[in-house]
Design a protein around this ligand. Structure first.
Ligand SMILES: Cc1cc2nc3c(=O)[nH]c(=O)nc-3n(C[C@H](O)[C@H](O)[C@H](O)COP(=O)(O)O)c2cc1C
Length: 176
């Protein structure tokens, strides 16, 4: 069954820790793990997979983590056809210190990937989160899985477990 590609960008190691946790949880037979900084040269790496989990933290004021800059730019220039790709997004932020721009990066990735035809799955209810504003909300839900290891690290494991359970509907390899 089709393997999942997990790609992540991480500045201070939090998204990396989360991506490694997901990779470990799912197992090597089910998914491959790529650090965008070290293991990624070209958008073709992403295109090899029909099922993707993409991790990106938020920096600046609602901006995406730096390792996503070139891939997003290349995708906007090259306009690869992502129809047929099923993508779920995850990323840490800080709902207190940066509560006006909470996990904004997820919204940016969502809009670029969706505009290229990808099916974005794994939307999460805002109910369990306290924040002022977020540009990562569409139709009343976060477009992916927000995590906050600055203020709520105790919730991270359960949030990941619940999310992976939710993804079983759209990722056949997780249901088998
Ligand atoms: C200078 C700075 C700016 C940040 N901006 C945001 C932001 O706009 N929104 C947010 O939710 N989190 C923001 N954060 C929090 C980071 O996203 C959070 O610490 C995250 O865990 C970092 O993940 P990484 O180490 O994988 O890059 C910011 C943190 C710093 C230090």
């Amino acid at each position: 069954m089709a393997k999942i590609g997990i790609f992540y960008g991480s500045t201070s190691g939090t998204t990396e820790e989360i991506a490694e946790k997901i990779h470990e949880e799912l197992g090597e037979d089910v998914c491959d793990l790529y650090n965008m900084e070290e293991d990624f040269d070209d958008v073709d790496y992403l295109l090899k997979y029909d099922y993707l989990l993409l991790g990106c933290s938020t920096w600046g004021a609602g901006e995406f983590q730096n390792d996503w800059r070139d891939p997003l730019f290349d995708m906007e220039c090259e306009q690869p056809d992502l129809s047929g790709k099923t993508i779920a997004l995850f990323g840490p932020g800080d709902c207190t210190g940066h509560g006006k721009h909470f996990v904004g990066a997820l919204g940016i990735l969502h809009d670029v990937l969706k505009s290229l035809g990808a099916t974005i799955v794994g939307a999460v209810s805002t109910e369990d989160y306290s924040f002022e504003q977020s540009t990562a909300i569409r139709n009343g839900k976060f477009v992916g899985l927000p995590l906050d290891n600055v203020n709520e690290s105790d919730k991270t494991d359960q949030r990941i477990a619940d999310w992976l359970e939710l993804l079983k509907t759209d990722f056949p390899v997780l249901a088998s």
